[in-house]
Design a protein around this ligand. Sequence first.
Ligand SMILES: [Zn+2]
Length: 194
Amino acid sequence: MLVYINAGHNVGKTGGYDPGAIGPTGLREADVTLDVAARLGNLLRTHGLRTLGGSKESFIQARTSANRANVDLLVSLHCNAAASSSARGFEMLYYRQDSYSPCAFVLDNVRKQIVLGCGEKRWATSTYDLRMRGIIQRSNLSILKSRVPSVLAELAFISNPTEEGWLRDRFFLQQMAQALADGIAFYARKVGKS
Ligand SMILES: [Zn+2]
């Protein structure tokens, strides 16, 4: 399986720097997505999957490159933000019907490894009270309107002080990347493209 990784933000729609959402203590969404994109790429390759992307680019560049390379899956990484500082949790977004299944595999692995701490990886011993907000179909996100299957992971709420703290924590980011990678690898096996 060939997976295109898009680190959300970093480059805005018209070029130039786009930090994305900014947390209460100044953490930038763009820095989180770039970090997790690198971790996810490494982990997917250890699963034997091939990857593209992961560097600074706009969502339009990512979508164009993913379409052109005819990848099996485009994964866009983001942090959620809300006016209410109590909004929290993880969610997977998709638009195309064929993109629901990879969302389900990823969500299942995040729940097992992050919330329950019972993933396949022995080192995943810390659990986080990360709310599973579910899998949501969204028709208004351009990155999801690709010619290839595409999903968007909202890792946690950068606007929530507790979750911003997690998003600063390398251990949390590594566990999240691990859960995402395992979910994608399970999906690859399920569709016979591992
Ligand atoms: Zn974002």
